[in-house]
Design a protein around this ligand. Structure first.
Ligand SMILES: [Mg+2]
Length: 292
């Protein structure tokens, strides 16, 4: 169903007014994809729409970008939390994880050096190989795919002209959103994303109730779809309108179930991360605000 249709909008309005966390991917969702990822920024209209929305509901951004990179791009919006590196950034990388990423990098450097226009990006928990600006993207993809297959990483996820190698397959955007919801004591989330890695959220079974919106064409498990990235800003503005006049304190959802399905107690919320405690108190994310 199209998210911009009358029925799509009605479904979204009902869902977000029932106390959902509003979660978004960054590249290709909140901001259009550019040839150079460093040139990806939010438009002024998107910044205004998000700033209005974060005053009405808890909003989070989940991205494959490194957290420090992401922070710079969403600073000042009033988000309650961020998750970078596909949800891996909740903890420091282990020695084993770092050694594995070193091994991947060692094997891939000669290939990237030989393929003009390709780029290796080392993040704390993952390694990305980009070929958007390759002289021959199809050829580059073929060589990179072969090399990645030979490395047999714990997890590899192909996105738009990029492959991400994970040394640890435990975390992804689905687990990250689940954790954030638990910390915020919410059981439902609207999630908007455009790429393969976002399917980890759309297909996450059971733990939280997710209404997914896929941006763009291609197969997806999301319930709703927007055809173009340019439509996302209209969605954000619609969400702001849908929540206009709703007291955020009234946006309550049932307590988050534990793994066993029983209500989680207050103590668990007290143990939540500083970000989540700020969120519960209505304080914007301290790192997104640029404060220590
Ligand atoms: Mg994306």
């Amino acid at each position: 169903m199209n998210a911009s249709s009358r029925f799509g909008r009605a479904r979204i309005r009902d869902f977000v007014r029932s106390g959902a966390v509003l979660a978004f991917d960054f590249d290709g969702t909140l901001a259009p994809i550019r040839r150079d990822p460093d040139h990806v920024h939010l438009s002024a209209r998107m910044r205004a729409a998000l700033t209005r929305l974060t005053a009405r509901a808890p909003c989070v951004v989940l991205s494959g970008r490194a957290r420090v990179d992401l922070e710079l791009r969403v600073r000042g919006l009033g988000l309650v939390a961020l998750s970078g590196d596909h949800g891996h950034d909740r903890k420091a990388p282990s020695v084993r994880e770092r050694a594995t990423l070193d091994r991947y990098a060692e094997a891939l450097v000669p290939i990237v050096t030989a393929l003009r226009g390709t780029r290796l990006e080392r993040k704390r928990h993952t390694l990305a190989v980009h070929w958007r600006t390759a002289t021959s993207p199809a050829l580059a993809r073929r060589h990179i795919l072969r090399a990645v297959r030979a490395l047999a990483p714990a997890r590899s996820v192909f996105g738009k002209c990029v492959v991400e190698l994970h040394a640890d397959a435990t975390d992804h955007k689905g687990t990250a959103l689940e954790r954030l919801c638990r910390s915020l004591r919410r059981t439902r989330a609207l999630y908007v994303g455009d790429d393969t890695t976002d399917e980890d959220v759309f297909t996450r079974p059971g733990r939280i109730d997710v209404l997914g919106i896929h941006v763009g064409r291609g197969p997806t498990r999301a319930a709703l779809r927007l055809d173009r990235q340019a439509e996302v800003v209209e969605l954000i503005e619609f969400l702001g309108d849908a929540l206009d006049g709703v007291d955020p304190r009234e946006l309550k959802s049932p307590r988050c179930p534990t793994r066993a399905g029983t209500p989680r107690g207050t103590r668990a919320a007290v143990r939540a991360s500083p970000d989540a405690r700020d969120a519960a108190a209505g304080v914007p994310d301290r790192r997104a605000r640029g404060t220590p």
